[in-house]
Design a protein around this ligand. Structure first.
Ligand SMILES: [Zn+2]
Length: 547
């Protein structure tokens, strides 16, 4: 006969039930808020739907936690879920973002500066009261320890009971639930903290769906075309990779405020109908430099080499300068350097470096590239900090703030709409200044190089339209302002001649619809790199060549 296990505290099931109730109800405040905003809580049926959702979330959390309710995992799992719930609720409420796989990839790839931008007292308060305090209570709560066969049996039973509850709740509300979820797809990404658990699961299982160990070669036949014939000046192409710049706020594209005074005085061509591949940096940047289009890229089974690898293989010198959170793997096999933590006395005075720092000492950086490649031509990429939010005000030196008063906090909801837009427009006007400076730098090299600049942003931004802020909504439900991006081209006369590009023709294509799908092929076309990976149909400049 075995002695009964002495009881010293609560049963693990009590802990699971208590935390699940808290997360399914209070922790899902953003979901209830969204249902109320949609007018769904005005009817008894709507309330029934909300109750069914809460019960289903509760059941799922009980099942998940019971599955992992072992001596060493019970409390860490509960604490992780509580913290994820509090953090998710804060960001969903503060910025109306949703939590999905790409958002989590962004979180995991974020650098300390970006994290600091998102830090605020309100966030600290929400995390402390909503996450850390309950997590501390969980940690302090004594829990009975039972022998493993008994625990296995109890865990299995509780998991099954939780799942059964989910089934009952879903079946009972099937009609309104399925139509609401179909009509308002964003709601599923608000279900806290299951959205984060699901997203992390997708991130963790990505290697199963896509081989990360294999890198497929691309453009192995790449070589320089006839415009590179002996005796010609080598090309110098600067790709400025914009950050969070939305097409609608460029006066070149018809915006009423003068956000582009410097570019307006230069012979640039602005294409007004360009669309991004993703709604955040981690999704867009690799997609832009890939030969694949948006849909092929997202369903790819393995990773390929990219635009920079092909240009380098053709013999050109390539350099990636990064003033932001890194190149997302794109520059892994070409020379690259970070500039955001340099110590330039004027351009890094605030601690973070403003974008023109990438032009500082650039000649020396280029001179350090292999001479044989440099002689054939240079492909330079500058990854901007641009309009990265929510701390827009940090992206612009004090002397360059044209639109005041501006929002000078990361808590966008504490600012008026006017202040918010002023702060954002200041970043666009500063990018205008930076691009004009870069063109000035290129103009000075026209005797030795045929120079050109192509500026395209990675994605757009929501500035409070429909109560949405920032970016990163899943592509299918993201508003146009998060996907509509600027695409601006400047060609030196020599570059236009070597490419036989007709400026009037290029300007005439201002409203032709293009997207990041065209980026890879357009840049290869500009560089006259010939390879089977190049598709002339996707070269946005091809129609204006040779006229
Ligand atoms: Zn971005």
């Amino acid at each position: 006969m075995t002695a009964p296990t002495p009881t010293t505290g609560h049963s693990p099931l009590h802990l699971v039930l208590a935390t699940s109730v808290a997360m399914a109800t209070l922790g899902n405040w953003p979901l209830w808020q969204a249902l109320a905003d949609l007018g769904l809580l005005q009817t008894a049926q709507g309330w029934g739907l909300a109750v069914a959702l809460a019960v289903a979330v509760f059941g799922a959390l009980v099942a998940l936690q019971s599955l992992l309710a072992w001596r060493t995992t019970l409390k860490p799992v509960a604490i992780f879920l509580l913290l994820a719930t509090a953090a998710g609720a804060h960001y969903m409420l503060a910025y109306r973002i949703v939590i999905d796989q790409t958002m989590l990839v962004n979180v995991l790839q974020t650098n300390p500066g970006e994290a600091a931008d998102l830090f605020s007292l309100r966030m600290a308060a929400t995390l402390l009261l909503g996450g850390v305090l309950p997590a501390w209570l969980v940690w302090r709560t004594p829990v009975d320890d039972v022998r493993w066969p008994q625990r296995l049996w109890r865990n299995a039973l509780a998991t099954l009971a939780g799942l059964a509850l989910v089934v009952v709740a879903v079946v009972a509300s099937f009609q309104p639930l399925s139509s609401t979820m179909r009509n308002h797809k964003q709601l599923r990404f608000l279900i806290n903290p299951l959205n984060a658990v699901y997203g992390l699961g997708m991130v963790a299982t990505e290697p199963l769906r896509r081989s990360s160990s294999v890198l497929l070669p691309l453009g192995t036949d790449a070589h320089l075309g006839p415009s590179h014939a002996a005796g010609t000046r080598p090309p110098l192409l600067l790709l400025v990779l914009g950050e969070t710049a939305r097409a609608a706020n460029f006066s070149l594209n018809g915006y009423a405020r003068p956000t582009n005074p410097a570019l307006a005085a230069l012979p640039v061509i602005s294409w007004r109908n360009a669309w991004s591949c993703g709604t955040n940096t981690a999704a867009s940047v690799p997609c832009m430099f890939s030969h694949l289009g948006r849909e092929e890229f997202s369903s790819r089974k393995a990773n390929h080499e990219n635009l920079l690898d092909v240009a380098q293989r053709a013999g050109l010198a390539v350099l990636w300068l990064d003033n932001q959170a890194g190149c997302k793997g794109v520059c892994a096999r070409v020379p690259h350097a970070d500039t955001f933590d340099l110590k330039h006395p004027a351009l890094c005075a605030s601690g973070e470096c403003w974008d023109p720092v990438m032009l500082d000492g650039l000649d020396a950086r280029i001179a350090a590239l292999p001479a044989a490649q440099r002689a054939k031509g240079v492909l330079l990429v500058m990854h901007q900090m641009g309009s990265h939010g929510p701390a827009y005000y940090k992206r612009v030196p004090p002397d360059f703030k044209r639109f005041l008063p501006e929002c000078s906090t990361s808590n966008l909801q504490d600012c008026s709409r006017e202040q918010l837009i002023n702060a954002y427009d200041n970043t666009i006007a500063y990018t205008d200044h930076f691009l004009a400076q870069a063109i000035g730098w290129l103009q000075k090299r026209q005797d030795s190089h045929d120079s050109a600049l192509v500026y395209v942003s990675d994605h757009g931004e929501s500035l409070g339209e429909n109560n949405l802020y920032l970016h990163g909504l899943p592509y299918a439900i993201a508003p146009d302002v998060q996907k509509h991006v600027p695409w601006i081209t400047w060609l030196s006369p020599g570059f236009a001649r070597r490419q036989q590009l007709n400026a009037a023709c290029l300007a005439g294509r201002a409203d032709a619809e293009i997207s990041h799908d065209h980026y890879f092929h357009s840049v290869l076309g500009l560089l006259d790199v010939q390879t089977s990976a190049y598709q002339p149909m996707l070269d946005a400049y091809a129609a204006c060549r040779g006229r």
